[in-house]
Structure formats: C-alpha cells, structure tokens
Unconditional design. Structure first.
Ligand SMILES: Cc1cc2nc3c(=O)[nH]c(=O)nc-3n(C[C@H](O)[C@H](O)[C@H](O)COP(=O)(O)OP(=O)(O)OC[C@H]3O[C@@H](n4cnc5c(N)ncnc54)[C@H](O)[C@@H]3O)c2cc1C
Length: 460
C-alpha cells in the first residue's frame, strides 16, 4: 500500500498508544523541538516496550511507509519525524534504573538528559552527556555525546556498556563488547542507523558539583578571550578543565546584569570538575587577569548547571545548524570566529567554541565509530530564532559564518550538529569509519529501513 493510506486501526502485537491525524493530541505529539519541521505523520506509535517497537516497525514496513524514530525529539534537521509515515515514539519508555553499588544505570530509549541526571545525581553519580536537560539521551548518545564532562570522563559513548536494540526484522539484540560487538561498535557514533535502542546501560562516575567561572566580555575583546582559551587548553591542560566560549548577544542569565542583556559579546564558561582547591587557584588567576564586564566564580550543583539554559533553548523555536572540528584555534580561525560573532542577529543564535581533547583523545580512534578523536575544538554554529519571516536571514548568517571558518576546520562533521542540507555528507560525518559502518549497516539493516538519520547507505 502506498504511504499515507493508513487509517485508524490496531497494529498486531502493539500495546502502546497510537495517535492518528485528527486525534486531540495529534498536533502536540507530532511537534518536535525544531519548529522548522512541521511534518504530518500518518501514525505516531507511542511505545511502552520493545515488543511495541517491533510491532510498529513491522507495520511500517508492511505498509511501505517511511519510519522515523524519536527519542527526545531534538534532531535539528528533523530526522525524528516525517510526512505520511510512522513515527516510533520512545518517550513513554523513559525509566532510569541506577545501581549505585555496581555504578551502572539502565536508561530506556526515550529518556531525557534531565531524567538521567536526576536519577544518577540522587547517588552523587553521573553519565557524561549534553548540557540542556530536555535533550534526548538516545539521539545524543548514538552520535557520540559531547558536554561539560567530556574532557574528564570522555564522550557519552565512552561510558556506554551495552544496548538493547530492536532491529529492522523485529529481533531484540544485546549489543556489547561480548555480544554482537560489531553492532556495539557501530552504535557508538553511527547515529540511529542500525535499529531502535530500547535501553542503554552506562557506567557511572562520581561527581556532585562543578566550580565554574562564568564571564561576559564585549565583542571587541573576543579575540583576547579566545586566545586565552587556546593558551589554557594547550596540550598540558588538565582533564578537569573545560573551556567553552559562546559568541552571541548576552543572554538573560543570573550573573549577567539586565542592562547588558542583548549586547554582542562573548560568554564563556570555564568549568573545573576536579579537586576544589586546585581549581579555585586556577580559575581565580584567570578571573583576575580576564577583567570581564560580568562574571561569577562559584561552586554550582551539577543539576543546577545542567538546567541553567533550558529556558533559553526551549522547544518551538526555529534552528539551522552548521558545525565542524578544528585541530587548533589558529589566529585566522579566531579572526573568522570573532568577525562572524559580531554579526549575530537573533538573541538565540551563537557560535560555540568548545574545547575537546583530554579523555576523548585517549580512546583509540578505531575503538568506536566516532572518528573525530584528534580534534582539539568543536566549532558549532546554531542559528536559532522565533519568527518564520527571519528564516532566510538567519540561515544566510549561519552559512556565511561557516564559509568563513570552514577553511580552518578539518572537514569532519559531528553527526548531532549537522543540518538538513548535509544529509549526503556521510564522509564528513563518519570519516575513516564509514566503510566499516557500511558493513555493519549491511549486516543489521540491509534494506535501509532506518534511513531518517545521518544515513549510511548500505548499497554504497
Ligand atoms: C537544545 C539542544 C541542545 C543540545 N545539546 C547538545 C549537547 O550538549 N551535546 C550533544 O552532543 N548534542 C547536543 N544536542 C544535539 C543532540 O545530540 C541531537 O539533536 C540529538 O539527535 C538529540 O537526540 P534526541 O533523542 O533528542 O533526538 P531525536 O530527534 O529524537 O532523534 C535524533 C536522531 O536519533 C535517532 N534516535 C532517537 N532515538 C533513538 C533510539 N531510541 N534508537 C535509535 N535511534 C534513535 C532518530 O531517529 C534521529 O535520527 C543538542 C540539541 C538541542 C536541540
């Protein structure tokens, strides 16, 4: 049957909730984080268990419909929805079970970072993941997972021990170093290409709070700020130190006075996750020399910093993203970043300059499917705005900015920070791991049932 012909009906073996066009909650259930993707699926299958996932996959395949898989719904290119297809919605599967003695957590495929953080922090433990609490664990993990603890504890995939995966033919497989190790390898960086992850198992690390130096400098001082970041993050930098700078208009945050909000500049978060005394000495020295026009140096509970920008990045805005990796923060790269940072339009748009290295680099390049371990910096340019009338202008700024910084980047792309016009850039996303990823794809999804993602074409 052609796509879009599904009428209200039960699906054999499905015990979750089915939402069809016309149902009262259809519009609420079909919306994803990025309002640019206003799609109308034929059916939203809200799953409660792996058997529901298998039944929904079988139904979509039988009906010849596209199948989108949705965890937290934060895909910026809109991969987790589709027109006239099935959305397999994992959100009802959001349980997080922590074993504090074994230091492990089992996390269902629809959990959000906030749900994971709250459950693990109840025991003073943590999974290193992203920085906005309404982001989905699943999509973030499958692409790699960068965040404020990555230099200390590695990418999110570096703490992944196992996953339970529902494959295109409805099997429920365990993927780990011991079982289906090729699938386990591919899941760690290969996006949602191989199946639907019903549950992740993570190793946990000890952490309750961070010492954070937060600063704001006007845009004319941005070169000085980025040069200082380069200096602090040079090769001998401790893993406990993380530098992130955001070229943007000053956001409404507690440590920025209301008169400054909206002023173009550079906001930095210089975060320390190690022994407090050493961190305080280091961050106080930076603060003293740095003379920000707004700033604070405080010990911040992990849950507080993880939710600090939730509101600024609330769902329903429009986003277009470009990003890449750099081996160094060279003078020409700094000049390009600052030049484009001065042209930021929307109060939500920013150029993010994120230090990598540390624990990320100590994992062997071939150990997981994430191929960018040697990068020193991740440069992320998410344009974010509210009014559809500004689409052209904001997209043009992000493209211009990326064109300016692009010559100083590696050419590699982070799967989770790619735009919808980069779907054909599998080489950029997967780099040296692409060939092996294609073998794994042929083994687990030879018909490319899971193609609404940064796709690995099994036929290539
Ligand atoms: C506000 C915001 C903040 C962000 N912050 C960070 C950050 O700090 N660090 C970072 O690394 N990234 C960050 N990202 C990017 C984020 O990692 C990606 O958008 C990611 O895809 C989101 O995962 P999700 O489950 O919410 O997305 P979805 O839109 O639900 O899914 C994204 C992709 O993953 C697939 N997928 C989802 N669930 C499953 C599953 N259970 N099994 C198999 N495939 C699945 C989907 O099919 C789709 O291809 C952020 C994004 C936003 C919008």
């Amino acid at each position: 049957m052609a796509g879009g012909m599904t009428t209200q009906q039960d699906i054999t073996g499905f015990e979750g909730e089915l939402v069809y066009p016309g149902d009262v909650d259809y519009d609420q259930r079909r919306a994803i984080w990025n309002a640019m993707h206003d799609r109308r699926p034929a059916l939203i299958a809200r799953c409660r268990a792996p058997r529901d996932v298998a039944a929904a996959i079988a139904h979509g395949r039988r009906e010849g419909m596209p199948i989108a898989v949705r965890g937290g719904g934060h895909s910026m290119p809109g991969h987790s929805t589709c027109d006239e297809g099935v959305v397999i919605d994992l959100r009802p599967m959001n349980a997080v079970r922590v074993d504090p003695v074994a230091r492990r957590a089992r996390v269902q495929g629809g959990a959000l970072l906030g749900e994971l953080d709250r459950a693990t922090q109840a025991h003073g433990l943590v999974v290193p993941a992203g920085v906005v609490s309404h982001t989905g664990v699943a999509g973030l993990t499958l692409g790699g997972g960068v965040g404020r603890l990555m230099r200390r504890f590695g990418l999110t995939i570096d703490s992944l021990l196992a996953a339970e995966v529902v494959t295109a033919d409805g099997q429920v497989l365990t993927a780990s170093e011991d079982e289906n190790p090729d699938l386990f390898w591919g899941l760690r960086g290969g996006g949602g290409n191989f199946g639907v992850v019903a549950e992740f198992e993570f190793a946990l690390h000890e952490l309750r709070d961070l010492l954070i130096l937060a600063t704001f400098h006007p845009i004319d001082r941005a070169p000085e700020v980025l040069e200082r970041g380069r200096q602090e993050m040079a090769s001998a930098a401790p893993d406990e130190l993380l530098w992130t700078s955001f070229l943007r208009k000053a956001p409404p945050l507690p440590w920025i006075s209301p008169q400054l909000v909206g002023r173009p500049g550079v906001t930095s978060l210089i975060e320390w996750s190690g022994e407090a005394g050493r961190g305080r000495r280091l961050l106080e020295a930076i603060q003293a020399e740095f003379r920000p026009i707004a700033g604070s140096l405080e010990t911040v509970p992990f849950l507080e910093i993880q939710t600090m920008t939730d509101e600024i990045f609330a769902a329903g805005k429009r986003t277009y993203i470009k990003a890449g990796f750099a081996r160094e923060l060279s003078d020409p790269l700094i000049a390009a970043l600052c030049g484009q940072g001065a042209e930021v339009g929307s109060p939500f748009s920013q150029i993010e300059v994120l230090a990598m290295g540390g624990a990320i680099r100590r994992v062997a390049p071939a150990a997981t499917a994430f191929p960018h371990r040697d990068a020193a910096w991740l440069i992320n340019i998410p344009a974010t705005w509210e009014d559809a009338g500004a689409d052209d202008e904001e997209i043009a700024w992000a493209r211009r900015s990326f064109a300016a910084v692009g010559p100083h980047l590696t050419g590699g792309k982070y799967v989770n920070f790619m735009g919808d016009d980069e779907r054909s850039d599998a080489g950029g996303a997967y780099g040296a791991t692409l060939r092996r990823l294609q073998e794994v794809k042929r083994a687990y999804d030879p018909e490319n049932v899971f193609r609404l993602n940064q796709n690995i074409d099994p036929q290539m």
